[in-house]
Design a protein around this ligand. Structure first.
Ligand code: NAP
Length: 279
């Protein structure tokens, strides 16, 4: 991909669905060069065509499974080999797994830790060094309301998001007085394929009025461009405040309710074949 003068380049992981897709559309409309990353190459190529129609200066697809160690480094090496300078990094790709921790699959959860934490750290370190050398750049990391909430039945996921928020806030302080900013986007439950991928599509969190991904993306994009350290969609500040004044145990108890099945029974019948822990 040729670098065009004065045209900035953004790299977005998880660009093919949900919040990452909506963020990508905003960059496309603003005529960025785009490097987009996700596992499914066919789907990436499909959304790339849409981004070109929206106005992206160029779109390069790099298919990669970031839940596998070494693949984040391979993505970085691919952009380096092609001589691409990343001006903006969006670490969006993330996943969770619903269930009691003692019963969920260990390999799946180690992959989630690799994806949500290790790959994000690798990409941030490598591109941050280049941004600091130019004294210019922006990074957007996908945290979550779960960053503030130990979440039973989504324990590993919520803990990874606590990492992302803590990590981003620490870096934001380290980067003061440089030309590089880092922003943590903190969405509430949002209407994407996340819950289905996590096996949590039947929960209250997934079904009770989830936020629109385009609203979340708008808030994240605006905060990223302004260089703010947090991007908080409407309605979430109250949840963050409540989490900050309650004990972790009380927060976990509240979050546990959101991970329960939504209205499993109708007239005493489990109409949706939802497994119920506490009838
Ligand atoms: N939805 C919510 O309620 C919510 C709330 C707070 C925060 N978030 C965070 O927002 C981010 C985006 O979530 P979303 O809700 O938009 O999810 P989504 O709709 O499931 O989209 C996930 C994106 O990440 C890619 N992806 C998934 N696993 C990957 C892997 N192993 N390697 C590379 N790419 C991978 C997916 O493409 P492929 O499947 O092709 O790989 C897809 O493009 C995540 O970090 C999530 O934790 C979501």
């Amino acid at each position: 991909m040729k670098q065009k003068n004065r045209t900035k380049t953004v790299l977005i992981t998880g660009a093919s669905c949900g919040i990452g897709l909506e963020l990508s559309r905003l960059f496309a409309k603003d005529h960025y060069n785009m490097v987009i990353v996700a596992r499914n190459h066919g789907h990436l190529e499909q959304v790339a065509t849409g981004f070109r129609h929206l106005g992206a200066a160029s779109v390069l697809c790099i298919p990669a499974d970031l839940s596998v160690s070494g693949n984040a480094l391979a993505v970085y090496n691919e952009t380096r080999t092609r001589g691409i300078h990343i001006d903006i990094l969006v670490n969006d790709a993330g996943a969770g797994e619903h269930g009691l921790f003692a019963e969920t699959d260990l390999q799946r959860e180690l992959g989630i830790i690799q994806l949500n934490i290790a790959s994000l750290v690798v990409l941030t370190k490598l591109y941050l060094r280049e941004m600091l050398a130019r004294n210019e750049g922006k990074i957007l990391n996908l945290a979550s309301i779960a960053s503030y909430q130990p979440t039973p039945r989504l324990a590993v996921y919520a803990a990874t998001k606590a990492f992302v928020l803590s990590f981003s806030d620490a870096l934001s302080y380290e980067l003061e007085n440089t030309g590089v900013t880092i922003t943590a986007l903190i969405p509430p439950a949002t209407n994407t394929s996340f819950f289905e991928s996590a096996g949590a599509e039947h929960t209250r969190a997934a079904t009770e009025n989830p936020e629109d991904p385009s609203v979340v993306a708008d808030v994240g994009y605006e905060a990223l461009m302004a260089g703010r350290y947090h991007a908080t969609p409407p309605g979430i500040r109250r949840q963050i405040f409540m989490s900050s004044i309650m004990s972790n145990h009380a927060v976990a108890s509240r979050a546990a309710k959101l991970m329960e099945p939504a209205e499993p029974f109708k007239d005493g019948v489990n109409t949706r074949n939802i497994p119920v822990q506490k009838p």
